[in-house]
Design a protein around this ligand. Sequence first.
Ligand code: SAH
Ligand code: SF4
Length: 368
Amino acid sequence: MPTNLLGLDSQGIEQLFAGLGEKPFRARQVLKWIHRRGAADFAAMTDIAKDLRAKLAAQAVIEPPAVVGDGTAADGTRKWLLKVDGANAVEAVFIPEDGRGTLCVSSQAGCTLDCEFCSTGKQGFNRNLTAAEIIGQLWIANQALGVHGHPGGVGAGNRVISNVVFMGMGEPMLNLDAVIPAARLMIDENGYGLSRRRVTVSTSGVVPGMDRLAAECPVALAVSLHAPGDALRDRLVPINRKYPIRELLAACNRYLDHAPRDFITFEYVMLDGVNDSDAQAKALLGIAARVRCKFNLIPFNPFPNSGMKRSSAERIRRFAEVLQRAGLTVTTRKTRGEGIDAACGQLAGEVADRTRRARSVPIVEVRA
Ligand code: SAH
Ligand code: SF4
């Protein structure tokens, strides 16, 4: 099998080049061609010696996933369905906003964790994505948005995609072998050159993964809290039974030791009558007192047979007010991508479930 250079971070590609008897700076040149200019063909790399190009072509490829669906919502949100193998496809979503553009990437085909309110979780799990399949989502989005074709390509003051969030399908902390090289490429100056704080990994609270990410690539961290106490969180986010809130908060603080001046973003999905009362908001203040944090309230996005409802706009406003009165920074996520099922928690892709979970729950229709 030829090596797919797309998934190699600078260390990986330098190692490969060392094996070919080539200098590290040549490796960095190739990295720039791939990620800053979007080259998929060695022949295009005109400042690389012809014999090296031939050597590379003989044993390596630059292969992004194939785009099998591409849809844009009325608000400009765009979703790609990317085929990663014969049986599985994952989704990536671009969300344009004033002054910035965010790409939401997937890290797994499906998810093993089965949170009650999440469509990906209800679909079951097939496999981890490779680093090439993860960074390939950013590569493809840049290609599709015309950034690669732009003079200078990625960088050069050209920031169509200014932020990346690992909030698509899957639990990134259960696939760090691939997530870490992909995140490193995002912040590498020869790669996508994003600042560490503009790359956010979101986790449902896989504590050992949080410690590893802190040590190896401490980008911004979002934690899916969703409940103020263990009894409710055990039900909504089942991984809580393994890593309860006390341990989760300790891991957040260890993470912040590696990311000075940062804060944790606690994500909190607003579920009508489940976790949205004033008393529950007040109970969150106890958590907020223990970790440097902000809150991001996410109005629940329903999917077929979810059995739950979104809190009303007024309830969300009042919930936010309780937190704000206590001095916390609170944002409420705007629902984007309606009409193309591109909102948080609606990404379904096509997952050949190996957990048999999907059999008991009707699969969400995919419209791409
Ligand atoms: N597995 C990671 C990242 C992917 S989910 C995690 O759980 O954090 C990204 C965010 O979307 C999480 O905060 C998740 O709880 C939230 N989410 C999942 N389903 C949702 C839904 N139906 N409506 C709104 N947010 C949802
Ligand atoms: Fe997995 Fe995150 Fe969905 Fe939970 S919310 S099932 S961890 S993708």
